[in-house]
Design a protein around this ligand. Structure first.
Ligand SMILES: Cc1cc2nc3c(=O)[nH]c(=O)nc-3n(C[C@H](O)[C@H](O)[C@H](O)COP(=O)(O)OP(=O)(O)OC[C@H]3O[C@@H](n4cnc5c(N)ncnc54)[C@H](O)[C@@H]3O)c2cc1C
Length: 453
């Protein structure tokens, strides 16, 4: 290997074992910090030949801690960070270990952006392979709807390129099927002209939450697709840019991202202002600035527990349950988000990619977060109880990237009638389940080799 192989006792080993979610601790036997594709191939071959459990770490943001594995080998991609923009073709080639901030930085220089999430420290690998919802979803679709090709190191050590023309079944599966099929060493994305956006939060006091949610469920789906807005419950951080009068108040709000003509912004936000918010912090800013707006509030090393579901409609009853749990937000960092998955994301069919819930309108996630391990039990209980209360109003499955270790039934519910095709692709490309540390598609048992008597 060109990159280091870290083992317990090595200087960088402890740092390599830290996950974004500090609630999860794992002790791999070794961490292969790959320097190039050849290192990835060597590591995959080594894990397979030695019968080692194998995990693949992209940005390390998985709430369930899927970037590490106890006692096994970790393929750590964090040194594969190259981004190359082709401004004429409007495409971006992104190495498998990049985080979104790497991509935003590179593309913004050309007035371009790739649709991703809402935070810049999240890994491109995990977010993309699960689907990718964020500020640009309504206008340009999910992240996978902008994926043109991937280079994948397969379980047998071969590297293949999957695209609309090559290994098309694999290309279908990696668009939503997570890390089940191999190690993606390179992503090729389509980029869009997005430079300055009009974005930021609008906040209302929590006692108006039911009214604001009912308004939001009507307003956003009818709004032009160049307006995105995710709904949130939150506690206002005690720091600028928030006015002191709002510090530590529990509130509800919408975080906007408008990418259309600047001249139309005032008219578009007029109905929002008419709802008399306590804060309308919406302003023009570079897209990477909006993407990084929450980075400071959510540094690595906090305790996280999340639960999620897709939602087709927000009934009055569901809203009542939401408000109940918003009033009990257990800590300042805890939150609930409703990410829109409509607009351009709805124009791709439920069977066109592995991402099944194209008919959902929102992806909801309730997230208990706190710096202190002493609050781990509280934030977990709140997120679980909240999920229990609103799950009956959901579409049945969840975004794989917002799931903890919730068992096979949840994985199957999430892929619905795409599961059978995912299983066929898994049987073909990873029949022994070498890539199992993910929201796992469990292959059919491999028959033992025939022994001649
Ligand atoms: C603060 C925060 C904000 C988030 N916001 C959003 C959001 O706005 N939108 C959204 O869609 N999601 C969001 N997520 C969820 C995020 O998409 C998932 O946590 C995702 O798994 C993170 O990817 P990662 O590469 O950082 O994670 P990792 O923990 O490194 O990996 C997660 C999974 O992906 C696999 N994987 C990662 N890279 C590769 C690769 N190159 N090849 C093969 N498999 C790979 C891993 O094996 C693992 O199974 C957020 C998460 C956090 C913590």
């Amino acid at each position: 290997m060109r990159g280091p192989l870290l083992r317990p006792g090595d200087a960088d080993y402890e740092q390599a074992c830290q996950l974004y979610n500090a609630m999860i601790h794992k002790r791999p036997a070794m961490v292969a910090r790959c320097a190039d594709v050849a290192d990835v191939i060597a590591s995959v071959n080594f894990a397979r030949e030695q019968g080692l459990a194998l995990a693949v770490r992209g940005g390390g943001h998985s709430g369930a801690g899927l970037g590490l594995v106890d006692d096994g080998l970790v393929i750590d991609l964090s040194h594969l960070r190259d981004v190359r923009v082709d401004p004429e073709a409007r495409t971006v080639r992104v190495a498998g270990g990049c985080v979104w901030g790497d991509v935003d930085h590179a593309t913004h220089a050309f007035g371009l952006a790739v649709p991703s999430g809402i935070i810049s420290t999240t890994g491109v690998g995990g977010l993309t392979l699960g689907g990718g919802t964020g500020h640009l979803t309504r206008r340009f679709g999910l992240t996978i709807d902008n994926l043109l090709a991937v280079d994948v190191v397969l379980a047998d050590g071969r590297l293949v390129t999957a695209s609309a023309e090559r290994h098309t079944d694999l290309f279908w599966a990696v668009r939503g099927g997570g890390g089940n099929f191999g190690v993606v060493t390179s992503f090729l994305f389509r980029a869009h002209p997005v430079g300055i956006v009009v974005g930021g939060p609008t906040l209302w006091p929590l006692d108006r939450a039911a009214e604001v949610m009912r308004w939001y469920r009507e307003f956003l789906p009818a709004a032009p697709e160049d307006l995105n807005g995710f709904f949130a419950f939150m506690t206002v951080p005690p720091a600028p840019p928030f006015p002191e009068s709002l510090h530590l108040q529990k509130m509800c709000g919408v975080v906007w991202c408008y990418t259309g003509a600047p001249a139309r912004a005032d008219a578009l936000f007029a109905p929002v202002k008419a709802l008399k918010p306590a804060l309308h912090g919406v302003q023009p800013m570079p897209y990477p600035m909006l993407q990084a707006a929450f980075d400071g509030l959510y540094p690595p090393g906090l305790q996280w527990y999340w639960r999620a579901d897709f939602v087709r409609e927000l009934s009055d009853e569901a809203i009542a349950r939401h408000v109940e749990f918003a009033e009990r937000l257990p800590t300042m960092h805890s939150t609930m988000h409703l990410y829109p998955v409509d607009g351009a994301a709805h124009r791709v069919g439920p069977h066109d990619t592995a991402f099944r819930f194209r008919d959902a309108r929102w992806s909801q996630v309730m997230v208990g977060v706190d710096p202190s391990p002493e609050r781990a039990a509280d934030i977990t209980a709140w997120a679980k109880d909240y999920w229990d209360a609103v799950h009956p109003y959901s579409a049945g499955g969840a975004y794989v990237n917002f799931m903890m270790d919730e068992g096979q039934d949840r994985v199957r519910a999430t892929y619905g009638d795409n599961y059978a095709r995912l299983l066929a692709v898994k049987n073909r490309y990873d029949p022994t389940n070498l890539f199992s540390v993910n929201q796992n598609i469990q292959p059919d048992p491999v028959p033992p080799p025939h022994v001649a008597h």
